[in-house]
Design a protein around this ligand. Structure first.
Ligand SMILES: Nc1ncnc2c1ncn2[C@@H]1O[C@H](COP(=O)(O)OP(=O)(O)OP(=O)(O)O)[C@@H](O)[C@H]1O
Length: 332
């Protein structure tokens, strides 16, 4: 079910993030640095990294949702407009009500357990449209949306509470709320982690179908490289709060790519891989906050040379669609 979106070079990106850094307000510690990436309209884009690499912090801060962190450097442009650096979080949050749908890492917590799901979805529709649609019309719109995300018997489900649904169904309710705005971009942070493998696949299929049918661009964030490899067109790889590569999903496992992307791929069992070919990465992961001097992966990299520890990390300020930050130029 790979989703290699053909990118049209003449089209402007929907999202452009240039040399972005994210710092914590307390102590002013920079956790993520030098991240540049662009997402095209209708593209399904992945962000992968081990736990602690900075995926959630980066994404939530870029969306204006992380109260204790801020965009400390760089620029962000969405749908042809710069998000001003002064008052950044408030401006970014305004987009969330209309142009960007967000599914957080813990979607269950974003549902109100004491409110019928129909009401939660109609409220989201009212907020998104900004004008009263009339009770019957809104109910119809909500039921249509619930059917679109695969909730069986939506008219009946409309009057039920979140705890009357399975994890996979609750996940779909959260998607219905995120999609109620008819956004241009859906950002889903580990949307399937809490689900069993079959439900996981169904939820990903749902996202990909919606992208195809509604021209929705998607950023799928996951620690699961195999899931992303099978589902998205390009993948940004984070490590230690650094952006290590932006790579075509189809190139991982078939061509020389950035050493960290290669090492991540070597860890995962795939259908065509022998057991002996599966290798874990030696050493301990480096947490976010490494900075831009030297490569954060140098302590574990099979190709390391002395320069990897001291040279400035290459950045992708020109927003090339494919990029490797390997100081030795591997995967470039
Ligand atoms: N509000 C915060 N205050 C202090 N440290 C934080 C805060 N948020 C994140 N961090 C730290 O920043 C680093 C990156 O965290 P983040 O949650 O972004 O990682 P992640 O890649 O999304 O991993 P996971 O998949 O486990 O969520 C971690 O070391 C985390 O402890």
């Amino acid at each position: 079910m790979s989703h290699a979106t053909p990118l049209s070079p003449s089209e402007a990106p929907l999202l452009e993030v240039r040399d972005a850094a994210v710092a914590l307000k307390s102590g002013d510690r920079t956790m993520v640095s030098g991240v540049s990436l662009s997402v095209m309209p209708r593209e399904v884009f992945g962000i992968v990294g081990e736990s602690g690499s900075g995926k959630t912090l980066l994404t939530r801060t870029l969306l204006g949702l992380q109260d204790d962190a801020y965009v400390a450097a760089g620029s962000v442009r969405f749908d042809g407009r710069d998000i001003p650096s002064t008052g950044y979080a408030a401006s970014a949050r305004k987009l969330l009500g209309h142009s960007i749908g967000f599914v957080p890492q813990d979607p269950f917590s974003s549902l109100n357990p004491s409110m019928k799901i129909g009401k939660q979805i109609t409220e989201a529709i009212h907020l998104a449209k900004g004008w009263p649609m009339g009770a019957e019309k809104t109910r119809e719109a909500a039921i249509r949306l619930m059917a679109e995300v695969g909730i069986p018997e939506p008219a009946l489900a409309f009057d039920q509470y979140p705890d009357q649904f399975s994890g996979g169904m609750r996940q779909r309710i959260v998607f219905a709320i995120a999609l109620s705005q008819d956004p241009k971009l859906l950002v889903a942070d580990e949307p399937t982690t809490a689900l069993d493998a079959i439900t996981q696949r169904r939820v990903i299929e749902l996202i990909l179908d919606r992208s195809r049918s509604h021209g929705l661009a998607v950023i799928l964030i996951s620690h699961n490289l195999e899931l992303l490899r099978q589902s998205v067109g390009r993948i940004a790889v984070l490590y230690g709060g650094q952006l290590h590569t932006v790579v075509d999903a189809g190139d991982i496992g078939t061509r020389v790519v950035h050493p960290y992307a290669e090492a991540l791929f070597a860890c995962i069992p795939t259908r065509d891989k022998e057991l002996a070919d599966i290798r874990s990465i030696p050493g301990e992961p480096v947490g976010a906050g490494f900075g831009l001097t030297g490569c954060a992966f140098s302590t574990r990299c099979a190709h390391v040379e002395a320069i990897c520890r001291t040279a400035p990390l290459p950045l992708n300020g020109t927003l090339a669609p494919r990029f490797s930050a390997c100081i030795l130029g591997r995967g470039a």
